[in-house]
Design a protein around this ligand. Structure first.
Ligand code: RUQ
Ligand code: CUA
Length: 663
């Protein structure tokens, strides 16, 4: 039977293949012939559009070969999107409460994480949102290893860590001395550190205030090297350190790898140190910050810096070990190289040889050479120092080339075949150009513009498949456009952003598909091979606390359910399985402190239950094997019908119970 079935399938496939070939051959387009052409014609698709649809299609039940880990801007979340299908697979809340997963909706493990992520450096007790910009996947040997992903909060200078076993956040660290952080996130090639730098420099004074007239004197930036615990992926704060930086606005950053391993690169703008004041007769900030022709690429020797920190040559600032600017210069940890006008992206090629910088106000990308940088440092080939004594490497000595790519170059990604792709914000285009001999390109073909593709519209970041790692494989590119303008029907005044999938396997880039992002404004995105997500689980071991990933001390087994009361403290040990909670009636008194420990005792994938109490703002997702403890004050009397929020079974609607809060 089985053989026969398979044979049948093969015959069908052969027929389909032959049919497919004949479409191309006979019709020479979509005018007639086979059924695929008919469909395309009926749907009004051009040949290119029909090809795009086929290339982007992932058949029902099939998996996408790649997954994008997308930031979500001020939604405070991460998103998982399949490539090439461009299907949204999942939302991972990090800095902002979210109802589906019950994140931050009830005093459970997620609330603990949000609480820990709000330190007293903030002006309010609890931050309930964040602005996620730059994910950093963990790496081994410079390639993604599928263990963890880090994500920054641009608004509040925090970093979150998501475990790629259960795809839940395990830690939020409110980084001392940083108020904000934009693009300064990257993971070092063997996940030794996750880097996060400040964006706007801040006063180093004890009360956090200094007048803007003291900007140069009192404000400072920081480059933070957050030590990653090799077992858990969490940040070990005690082993982390910071390097003090001049009060420029530090922006995008990237880790050196292979040829540049051990170095970190951060670019900056506003080396003018403009502070605005347009309403007081001063120069508007954006104008003041664009006076000079050059800003500074920061080059940090982090391996050496780790030794300097270990040797204790640090001072403590707000609990952080800080290598002062003076020490950083004296120990040879920090160097600058000029980079053209208000740069944005800095991206290291897969081989580590080239560091590509896009200057927003310059039509060129500037390509620095890692070996030349090292040589200039070794021979002290400086062209001067900045106001803070940081040596500036001689520009001509460290630049490998420049390529005129178009207007508004921002970010660059790579295909691992010697080519680079730069987003052009003002041109709404992607430029493809060749790297140099060290990336395997002939000298005469080096640093040449090869192709430009118009996108829709105003592209910010772009991502290629594993394109910021040593394993860049040049299959897909996604343009992350800020505007969608006319791409979708009018659906109100707030429009989605627009992702566009591009085929980069051919010499000329080819646009395949659009994807509206109707839930956030992504900034940076990384694209990982789905096959690398080997740690992913779909069932917790029975009784797991997601916070520790270990057996919860309050896990409850079937038959051991109970309600315990000590004074006004009530603990409910509850189990959930299709299709009941046990116990299903809970009696408490008004004013009691109630903790409901719910264990989903199911060990079947996708057998998720929810636990929601109306009126008490409580909702938790109970994934198979998970334990969630929900603590609340029974402040309101009444009969509350708690229920399961996941349609888990035919008797899902019956999966409910009573919380009776007696007067
Ligand atoms: S950014 S559009 Cu927030 Cu990375 Cu460059
Ligand atoms: Cu459990 Cu519905």
């Amino acid at each position: 039977m089985r053989t026969k079935g398979r044979l049948g399938l093969i015959i069908v496939m052969v027929v389909a293949l032959v049919g497919g070939l004949s479409i191309g051959r006979l019709s020479g387009g979509l005018g007639g012939g086979g059924s695929l052409a008919d469909i395309a014609q009926k749907r009004g698709l051009t040949q290119t559009e029909a090809e795009g649809a086929l290339k982007a299609f992932t058949a029902p039940g099939k998996y996408d070969p790649y997954m994008m880990v997308s930031s979500g801007g001020h939604s405070g979340s991460l998103y998982l999107i399949g490539v090439p299908s461009m299907r949204l697979l999942k939302t991972i809340p990090v800095f902002t409460p979210e109802s589906w997963s019950g994140y931050g909706q009830g005093a459970d493990w997620s609330q603990t994480i949000l609480d820990q992520g709000s330190s007293d450096k903030q002006a309010v007790d609890e931050l309930t949102w964040g602005d996620t910009h730059h994910p950093g996947l963990s790496e081994t040997g410079g390639a993604y290893d599928g263990r963890w992903v880090y994500i920054n909060d641009r608004a509040n200078g925090r970093i979150g860590m998501v475990d790629l076993r259960d795809f839940k956040v395990k830690q939020i660290w409110d980084v001392p001395n940083l108020q904000t952080s934009h693009g300064g996130v990257f993971v070092t090639p063997n996940s030794e550190y996750v880097h996060i730098s400040s964006m706007q420099p801040m006063p180093t004074t004890a009360n956090g205030y200094a007048p803007l007239s003291d900007y140069a004197k009192s404000y400072r930036g920081y480059s933070t090297w957050s030590k990653i615990d090799p077992q858990t992926g969490k940040i070990n704060v005690a082993e982390s350190f910071q390097i003090e930086l001049p009060p420029y606005t530090q922006d995008l950053a990237d880790a050196g790898k292979l040829a540049s391993d051990g170095l970190g690169f951060i670019n900056s703008f506003n080396s003018e140190m403009a502070t605005g004041g347009n309403a007081d007769g001063g120069v508007p900030l954006e104008k003041g910050a664009s006076q000079k022709d050059y800003d500074f690429l920061h080059i940090i020797d982090w391996k050496k810096a780790a030794e300097v920190a270990k040797a204790g040559k640090t001072e403590l600032r707000n609990g952080m070990r800080v290598i002062t600017l003076q020490t950083a210069v004296a120990e040879g940890l920090l160097y600058f190289a000029r980079e053209p006008r208000s740069p944005h992206g800095v991206d290291v090629s897969p081989d580590g040889n080239y560091i590509v910088v896009g200057g927003k106000l310059d039509p060129n990308v500037t390509i620095f050479d890692a070996e030349l940088i090292k040589a200039a440092i070794a021979t002290k080939n400086f062209e001067g120092k900045d106001d803070f004594g940081v040596p500036i490497l001689k520009f001509e000595a460290v630049v490998a080339g420049q390529v005129k790519v178009g207007l508004g170059p921002l970010h660059t990604q790579f295909d691992g075949k010697g080519n680079a792709f730069t987003s052009l914000f003002l041109d709404s285009a992607v430029a493809k150009f060749s790297l140099g001999p060290k990336a395997g390109i002939k000298a005469e073909d080096s640093f040449k513009l090869l192709d430009t593709l118009k996108v829709n519209y105003n592209i910010g970041h772009l991502v290629t498949s594993e394109g910021d790692t040593v394993a860049a494989d040049g299959q897909y590119l996604v343009a992350l456009n800020k505007w969608s303008l006319d791409r979708y029907p009018v659906i109100g005044t707030l429009k989605p952003q627009n992702f566009q999938l591009v085929d980069i396997t051919t010499p000329k880039m080819e646009l395949l598909a659009d994807m509206p992002i109707g839930f956030a404004e992504p900034h940076y995105v990384q694209m990982i091979k789905t096959s690398r997500l080997v740690n992913a689980i779909d069932i917790y071991k029975a009784g797991t606390d997601p916070l520790t990933m270990a057996k919860s001390p309050v896990a409850t087994e079937a038959g051991k359910e109970r309600i315990e009361r000590v004074g006004t403290d009530v603990h409910v040990y509850m189990t959930a399985m299709r299709s009941h909670f046990t116990p299903d009636v809970i009696r408490v008194k008004r004013g009691d402190t109630v903790t409901i420990h719910v264990t989903n005792i199911e060990q079947t994938a996708d057998a998720t239950h929810g636990f929601a109490i109306p009126g008490y703002n409580i909702q938790a997702s109970l994934d198979p094997g998970e334990v969630v403890s929900l603590k609340f004050q029974a402040t309101k009397t009444g009969s509350f019908a708690f229920y399961c929020t996941e349609f888990c079974s035919a008797l899902h609607l019956e999966m409910q119970g009573w919380l009776l809060v007696e007067p």
